[in-house]
Design a protein around this ligand. Sequence first.
Ligand SMILES: [Zn+2]
Length: 244
Amino acid sequence: MKLKSLDSLNYDSFDGESFDYENFDYEVIRSDRKTLSIEVHHNRVKVRAPKKAPDDWIEGFVYQKAKWIARKLVEQAEWHQSRLVLENGQLISVLGKPLVIRVSQGANKITLSDSEFLIRNKDLSPSSIAKQMDRWLLNHAKESLPQKVQAWAEIMGLEKKLSGVRFRKTKIQWGHCTRKGMVQLNQLILLTPLYVIDYLIIHELSHLKHLNHSKRFWGMVESYCPDYKNAEIWLKQQGHSVWY
Ligand SMILES: [Zn+2]
Protein backbone atom coordinates (compact mmCIF):
# COMPACT_ATOMS: atom_id res chain seq x y z
CA MET A 1 0.00 0.00 0.00
CA LYS A 2 1.37 3.31 -1.07
CA LEU A 3 0.12 6.79 -0.55
CA LYS A 4 0.66 9.00 -3.52
CA SER A 5 -0.22 12.60 -3.92
CA LEU A 6 -1.60 14.48 -6.86
CA ASP A 7 -0.76 18.12 -6.34
CA SER A 8 -1.93 21.43 -7.64
CA LEU A 9 -4.25 20.22 -10.30
CA ASN A 10 -6.12 23.03 -11.85
CA TYR A 11 -9.66 21.76 -11.97
CA ASP A 12 -10.83 25.00 -13.54
CA SER A 13 -9.21 23.95 -16.76
CA PHE A 14 -11.69 21.11 -17.21
CA ASP A 15 -14.92 22.96 -17.74
CA GLY A 16 -14.98 26.01 -15.57
CA GLU A 17 -16.14 24.29 -12.39
CA SER A 18 -13.88 24.69 -9.43
CA PHE A 19 -13.60 22.63 -6.26
CA ASP A 20 -12.38 23.18 -2.76
CA TYR A 21 -10.02 20.27 -3.08
CA GLU A 22 -6.88 21.46 -4.74
CA ASN A 23 -5.08 18.21 -4.23
CA PHE A 24 -5.67 14.84 -2.68
CA ASP A 25 -3.76 11.78 -1.64
CA TYR A 26 -4.54 8.42 -3.05
CA GLU A 27 -3.62 4.93 -2.08
CA VAL A 28 -2.72 2.30 -4.67
CA ILE A 29 -3.82 -1.25 -3.92
CA ARG A 30 -2.38 -3.82 -6.30
CA SER A 31 -4.00 -7.20 -6.78
CA ASP A 32 -4.82 -9.91 -9.32
CA ARG A 33 -7.01 -7.83 -11.56
CA LYS A 34 -6.92 -6.51 -15.10
CA THR A 35 -8.38 -3.06 -14.85
CA LEU A 36 -8.03 0.11 -12.80
CA SER A 37 -10.76 1.40 -10.55
CA ILE A 38 -11.15 4.26 -8.11
CA GLU A 39 -13.10 4.37 -4.87
CA VAL A 40 -13.76 7.41 -2.73
CA HIS A 41 -14.84 6.65 0.82
CA HIS A 42 -14.58 8.49 4.11
CA ASN A 43 -12.37 11.16 2.64
CA ARG A 44 -9.95 8.59 1.22
CA VAL A 45 -9.17 7.78 -2.37
CA LYS A 46 -8.21 4.22 -3.25
CA VAL A 47 -7.01 3.09 -6.65
CA ARG A 48 -7.21 -0.63 -7.35
CA ALA A 49 -4.70 -1.73 -9.95
CA PRO A 50 -3.21 -4.87 -11.53
CA LYS A 51 -0.05 -6.10 -9.83
CA LYS A 52 2.30 -4.99 -12.59
CA ALA A 53 0.54 -1.83 -13.71
CA PRO A 54 3.12 0.89 -14.47
CA ASP A 55 2.99 3.92 -12.16
CA ASP A 56 2.49 6.39 -14.97
CA TRP A 57 -0.53 4.48 -16.25
CA ILE A 58 -2.09 4.70 -12.79
CA GLU A 59 -1.17 8.35 -12.44
CA GLY A 60 -2.64 9.19 -15.83
CA PHE A 61 -5.85 7.42 -14.90
CA VAL A 62 -6.13 9.32 -11.64
CA TYR A 63 -5.44 12.59 -13.47
CA GLN A 64 -8.20 11.79 -15.94
CA LYS A 65 -10.65 11.12 -13.13
CA ALA A 66 -9.48 14.00 -10.94
CA LYS A 67 -12.59 16.08 -11.48
CA TRP A 68 -14.88 13.20 -10.50
CA ILE A 69 -12.72 12.40 -7.46
CA ALA A 70 -12.73 16.02 -6.32
CA ARG A 71 -16.49 16.23 -6.67
CA LYS A 72 -16.92 13.04 -4.64
CA LEU A 73 -14.65 14.36 -1.89
CA VAL A 74 -16.59 17.62 -1.69
CA GLU A 75 -19.93 15.79 -1.69
CA GLN A 76 -18.85 13.42 1.02
CA ALA A 77 -17.43 16.23 3.16
CA GLU A 78 -20.73 18.14 2.89
CA TRP A 79 -22.64 14.97 3.66
CA HIS A 80 -20.53 14.39 6.73
CA GLN A 81 -20.92 17.96 7.98
CA SER A 82 -24.70 17.98 7.83
CA ARG A 83 -25.27 14.64 9.51
CA LEU A 84 -27.09 14.42 12.83
CA VAL A 85 -24.94 15.25 15.84
CA LEU A 86 -26.14 13.86 19.15
CA GLU A 87 -24.91 16.70 21.32
CA ASN A 88 -26.38 19.36 23.58
CA GLY A 89 -28.30 22.05 21.74
CA GLN A 90 -28.51 20.21 18.40
CA LEU A 91 -31.88 19.77 16.72
CA ILE A 92 -33.59 16.49 16.02
CA SER A 93 -37.00 15.72 14.52
CA VAL A 94 -38.91 12.70 15.80
CA LEU A 95 -42.05 11.77 13.86
CA GLY A 96 -42.09 15.29 12.50
CA LYS A 97 -41.72 16.98 15.86
CA PRO A 98 -38.68 19.27 16.23
CA LEU A 99 -36.83 18.81 19.53
CA VAL A 100 -33.65 20.15 21.09
CA ILE A 101 -31.16 17.53 22.22
CA ARG A 102 -30.02 17.63 25.85
CA VAL A 103 -27.32 15.26 27.00
CA SER A 104 -26.54 14.59 30.63
CA GLN A 105 -24.83 11.99 32.75
CA GLY A 106 -26.97 9.45 34.58
CA ALA A 107 -28.68 6.10 34.36
CA ASN A 108 -29.16 5.24 30.66
CA LYS A 109 -32.47 6.61 29.46
CA ILE A 110 -33.89 8.59 26.57
CA THR A 111 -37.04 10.61 27.22
CA LEU A 112 -38.98 13.13 25.18
CA SER A 113 -40.56 16.26 26.58
CA ASP A 114 -42.61 18.78 24.62
CA SER A 115 -39.55 20.51 23.33
CA GLU A 116 -36.57 18.38 24.28
CA PHE A 117 -34.95 15.08 23.44
CA LEU A 118 -33.25 14.09 26.67
CA ILE A 119 -30.39 11.63 26.50
CA ARG A 120 -29.06 10.34 29.78
CA ASN A 121 -26.12 8.00 29.72
CA LYS A 122 -23.45 6.92 32.22
CA ASP A 123 -20.87 7.08 29.47
CA LEU A 124 -21.02 10.29 27.45
CA SER A 125 -18.67 9.15 24.68
CA PRO A 126 -20.12 9.59 21.17
CA SER A 127 -19.96 5.84 20.49
CA SER A 128 -21.87 4.98 23.64
CA ILE A 129 -24.54 7.60 22.89
CA ALA A 130 -24.81 6.35 19.30
CA LYS A 131 -25.41 2.80 20.55
CA GLN A 132 -28.03 4.00 22.99
CA MET A 133 -29.69 5.94 20.17
CA ASP A 134 -29.66 2.81 17.97
CA ARG A 135 -31.53 0.85 20.62
CA TRP A 136 -34.01 3.62 21.30
CA LEU A 137 -34.75 4.18 17.62
CA LEU A 138 -35.40 0.51 17.01
CA ASN A 139 -37.76 0.25 19.98
CA HIS A 140 -39.53 3.46 19.09
CA ALA A 141 -39.91 2.37 15.46
CA LYS A 142 -41.40 -0.96 16.59
CA GLU A 143 -43.83 0.90 18.84
CA SER A 144 -45.00 3.55 16.44
CA LEU A 145 -44.59 2.51 12.82
CA PRO A 146 -46.36 -0.86 12.40
CA GLN A 147 -49.77 0.73 13.12
CA LYS A 148 -49.05 3.36 10.52
CA VAL A 149 -48.13 0.71 7.98
CA GLN A 150 -51.25 -1.27 8.85
CA ALA A 151 -53.46 1.82 8.53
CA TRP A 152 -52.05 2.64 5.08
CA ALA A 153 -52.38 -0.99 3.99
CA GLU A 154 -56.08 -0.85 4.88
CA ILE A 155 -56.59 2.44 3.03
CA MET A 156 -54.84 0.94 -0.01
CA GLY A 157 -56.78 -2.34 0.20
CA LEU A 158 -53.60 -4.32 0.71
CA GLU A 159 -54.03 -5.54 4.28
CA LYS A 160 -54.36 -9.14 3.13
CA LYS A 161 -51.08 -9.01 1.27
CA LEU A 162 -49.13 -7.49 4.17
CA SER A 163 -47.57 -10.22 6.27
CA GLY A 164 -45.54 -8.09 8.67
CA VAL A 165 -43.24 -5.14 9.31
CA ARG A 166 -39.64 -5.36 10.38
CA PHE A 167 -36.85 -2.86 10.90
CA ARG A 168 -33.27 -2.78 9.77
CA LYS A 169 -30.77 0.07 9.78
CA THR A 170 -28.97 -0.45 6.51
CA LYS A 171 -26.72 2.03 4.82
CA ILE A 172 -28.30 1.70 1.44
CA GLN A 173 -32.01 1.37 1.89
CA TRP A 174 -34.88 3.29 3.44
CA GLY A 175 -37.20 0.43 2.82
CA HIS A 176 -37.67 -2.90 1.16
CA CYS A 177 -40.52 -5.26 0.44
CA THR A 178 -40.31 -9.02 0.04
CA ARG A 179 -42.38 -11.24 -2.23
CA LYS A 180 -43.92 -12.75 0.87
CA GLY A 181 -45.41 -9.44 1.89
CA MET A 182 -42.91 -8.39 4.53
CA VAL A 183 -42.31 -4.64 4.59
CA GLN A 184 -38.87 -3.72 5.89
CA LEU A 185 -38.20 -0.15 6.97
CA ASN A 186 -35.09 1.63 8.12
CA GLN A 187 -35.77 2.88 11.65
CA LEU A 188 -34.01 6.14 10.76
CA ILE A 189 -37.13 7.17 8.87
CA LEU A 190 -38.56 8.12 12.29
CA LEU A 191 -36.29 11.16 12.07
CA THR A 192 -37.58 12.35 8.69
CA PRO A 193 -40.62 14.64 8.21
CA LEU A 194 -44.06 13.02 8.46
CA TYR A 195 -44.83 13.35 4.75
CA VAL A 196 -41.58 11.50 4.01
CA ILE A 197 -42.48 8.70 6.44
CA ASP A 198 -45.90 8.34 4.78
CA TYR A 199 -44.30 8.34 1.35
CA LEU A 200 -41.80 5.61 2.28
CA ILE A 201 -44.57 3.44 3.73
CA ILE A 202 -46.78 3.97 0.66
CA HIS A 203 -43.80 3.24 -1.60
CA GLU A 204 -43.09 -0.11 0.05
CA LEU A 205 -46.76 -1.07 0.28
CA SER A 206 -47.20 -0.32 -3.42
CA HIS A 207 -44.59 -3.00 -4.04
CA LEU A 208 -47.05 -5.53 -2.61
CA LYS A 209 -48.93 -4.99 -5.84
CA HIS A 210 -46.13 -4.05 -8.22
CA LEU A 211 -42.76 -5.67 -7.62
CA ASN A 212 -40.99 -3.12 -9.78
CA HIS A 213 -40.75 0.61 -10.41
CA SER A 214 -43.02 0.59 -13.45
CA LYS A 215 -45.34 3.40 -14.51
CA ARG A 216 -48.21 1.58 -12.82
CA PHE A 217 -46.22 1.39 -9.61
CA TRP A 218 -45.59 5.15 -9.62
CA GLY A 219 -49.20 5.77 -10.55
CA MET A 220 -50.26 3.86 -7.46
CA VAL A 221 -47.77 5.75 -5.26
CA GLU A 222 -49.02 9.06 -6.62
CA SER A 223 -52.67 8.25 -6.06
CA TYR A 224 -52.05 7.84 -2.31
CA CYS A 225 -49.20 10.29 -2.03
CA PRO A 226 -49.64 13.14 -4.56
CA ASP A 227 -46.65 14.90 -3.00
CA TYR A 228 -44.27 11.98 -3.46
CA LYS A 229 -41.83 13.88 -5.64
CA ASN A 230 -41.15 16.36 -2.84
CA ALA A 231 -40.50 13.47 -0.48
CA GLU A 232 -38.04 12.01 -2.97
CA ILE A 233 -36.30 15.37 -3.23
CA TRP A 234 -36.12 15.64 0.55
CA LEU A 235 -34.53 12.19 0.79
CA LYS A 236 -32.03 12.98 -1.91
CA GLN A 237 -31.05 16.37 -0.54
CA GLN A 238 -31.47 15.91 3.20
CA GLY A 239 -31.67 12.19 3.78
CA HIS A 240 -28.14 12.18 5.15
CA SER A 241 -29.14 14.58 7.93
CA VAL A 242 -30.74 11.72 9.89
CA TRP A 243 -27.52 9.72 10.02
CA TYR A 244 -25.38 9.99 13.12
ZN1 LIG B 1 -39.12 0.70 -4.56
